[in-house]
Write a protein that binds this ligand. Structure first.
Ligand code: ATP
Length: 234
């Protein structure tokens, strides 16, 4: 059976530069999949192609077996695919709660509402009345993830979960992600921290210069294999 969200043989170009070469991955409902790779490997390009921000030159994006390659991003959100981009774009002059309310306007109806998001993200609940431009990096990331969740995704795509954040904040974010996962939401995570990626995921993929060079379950992969794939040492 095919995965809920599938990339099949994606070639993606930025101008003349080919960022992805025949990339195929899958994410199933309820599954946590980590995407790792060095800077410039193509991770953000893959996430944004899945979400509908880039059109591939070749290959297809499928959702529950249906070809959605030509479907605009907002229609994919309504199907249940939600992207939290790197950079955590929030509305700076709105409060956290107002930012969350904006998240609730798009997407699908479902179990997540602002009250449940506060339960899952104590970090967000603690700053609900604060303006977004007064938040720390970790708080911004938590709010951005929480806002994506309000679209009630079946698969949540998260770019650079822990980049630049203090370890204690990253732990809190991952506690919240565990709650999301228990709800049966699929997660596709870009994570720079290999150790963390291997601990939390059911399966992982490693991108190197736009190609998938390693795929598997963390229990079947050694850390040495992953490090070698990450740096292109084999
Ligand atoms: P990082 O961790 O640095 O964000 P990444 O793995 O997410 O890296 P991408 O951002 O997808 O990688 O970039 C893949 C390649 O495409 C890189 O060589 C990058 O310079 C190039 N690239 C990305 N976005 C664009 C763009 N809008 N225009 C031109 N080239 C781009």
């Amino acid at each position: 059976m095919s995965a809920l969200l599938e990339a099949d043989g994606l070639d993606v170009l930025h101008g003349h530069l080919q960022a992805l070469h025949s990339v195929s991955i899958g994410v199933d409902e309820g599954e946590t999949v980590a995407l790792v790779g060095a800077n410039g490997a193509g991770k953000s390009t893959l996430l944004s192609t899945l979400a509908g921000a880039h059109r591939p030159r070749n290959g297809a994006v499928r959702w529950a077996g249906r070809d959605v390659t030509a479907l605009p991003a907002h229609r994919r959100v309504r199907l249940g695919m939600s992207l939290t981009p790197e950079g955590r774009r929030l509305f700076p002059s709105l409060t956290v709660e107002e930012n969350l309310q904006v998240g609730g306007w798009v997407g699908r109806p479902g179990a997540w509402d602002v009250a449940r998001v506060y339960e899952a993200f104590p970090l967000v609940a603690g700053v609900r009345d604060r303006r977004a431009d007064a938040l720390s990096g970790g708080e911004r990331q938590a709010v951005a993830i929480a806002r994506s969740l309000l679209a009630n995704p079946r698969v949540l795509l998260l770019d650079e979960v822990s980049l630049g954040l203090a370890p204690v904040i990253v732990d809190q974010l991952y506690d919240s992600l565990a709650v999301i996962r228990e709800e049966g939401t699929g997660l596709l995570l870009v994570e720079q921290d290999l150790q963390r990626a291997m601990e939390v995921c059911d399966r992982m993929y490693c991108l190197l210069e736009g190609r998938i060079v390693l795929a598997g379950r963390p229990g079947e992969l050694s850390r040495d294999d992953v490090v070698a794939a990450y740096f292109g040492l084999r």
